[in-house]
Design a binder for this molecule. Structure first.
Ligand code: ATP
Ligand code: MG
Length: 283
């Protein structure tokens, strides 16, 4: 049976448990447990701090794990990155006090930079021929310049609000991160097959997120126009109605383009438009 390591609490826990749930797998969200069995898929769930997940997977303590790409890169463990999971988006960026006149990354020569990601930062400085001193601190990195512990910081940014609150300005993004599924390299055949099944569920789940099932009535002679409005679809489903002049058109649309497409379809005569939630899109 596969063992998956997930974050026991913190930012990724809820979205991870939700992804599993959408894939038909119920795992307790409880961080009081260390390990539990999931329902709906043969899976042991190991609850760890995110820092420990790359190593647990590299060692084979867990076969797979869900963790931020930032942690995978920082730990430098030998794991395979199987797929991105579409949540936990953030970036690791260099930020300087807002009064600094920043000419470019060469500014960092001779500076002290506080971070919780020393490996990624040192690699970046090396690639860019910067000699700076990297100070590793575990938390509240953003206050380091204000208290005189550092000249600048290298930290996780998502909205950028924390930087602004601390009088800092983001200058260079070093990596973009999101939650990823990782695996121990060289899983045996049975585990690899189980992982394939799990990834199939995750992919279907992620693809169906944000999708809506749309039904409408349309004058029969407008079908060609409707197909032109709905590009990229193999073909919408067209069903006859009791009135031979009309058809029922069914289509799956992403919510980002839903209203724009509905307006266009209304303009060519679509009526009685129903928008339904879509549970799963299995290709
Ligand atoms: P743990 O107790 O498990 O070590 P943590 O405090 O190190 O948790 P969290 O703050 O829970 O970590 O963040 C977990 C991950 O969430 C990060 O490593 C990153 O991949 C992602 N993330 C997304 N947005 C943010 C953000 N704004 N701040 C911090 N992490 C973020
Ligand atoms: Mg952590």
């Amino acid at each position: 049976m596969l063992t998956i390591a997930i974050q026991n609490k913190g930012r990724l826990n809820e979205d991870t448990v939700a992804l599993l749930a959408d894939a038909g797998i119920s795992a307790s969200a409880s961080h009081r447990k260390l390990i539990s069995d999931a329902k709906g898929f043969p899976l042991h769930v190991l609850y760890l701090r995110d820092d420990d997940i790359p190593q647990a997977v590299a060692m084979g303590v867990a076969d797979i794990g869900i963790v931020g790409l930032n942690e995978v890169m920082e730990k430098g463990c030998e794991v395979e990155i199987m797929m991105s999971l579409g949540f936990g988006a953030c970036r690791l960026s260099l930020a300087v006090p807002k009064a600094v006149d920043y000419p470019g990354v060469e500014w960092f020569n001779g500076k002290r930079v506080a971070t919780s990601y020393p490996k990624i930062l040192k690699d970046f400085f090396k690639e860019n021929n910067i000699t700076a001193s990297v100070h590793e601190i575990a938390g509240s990195v953003e206050v380091a310049p204000a208290v005189g512990m550092a000249d600048a910081i290298f930290d996780i940014v998502s909205s950028g609000g924390t930087l602004i609150q601390n009088g800092l300005r983001e200058e260079d993004t070093v990596i973009e991160s999101e939650a990823v599924l990782i695996a121990t390299p060289g899983l045996d055949e049975d585990k690899a097959a189980a992982l394939d099944k799990l990834m199939f569920r995750f992919k279907s789940t992620l693809e169906s997120r944000g999708m809506k099932y749309v039904l409408m009535n349309l004058p029969k002679q407008k079908v060609k126009d409707a197909v032109a409005i709905l590009p990229g679809m193999k073909s919408p489903t067209i069903l006859p109605l009791a009135n031979p002049e009309w058809v029922s058109l069914h289509v799956v649309l992403h919510e980002d383009i839903l209203w724009e497409k509905i307006e266009q379809l209304k303009n060519i005569g679509a009526e009685d438009i129903l928008v339904l939630a879509l549970e799963n899109l299995i290709k």
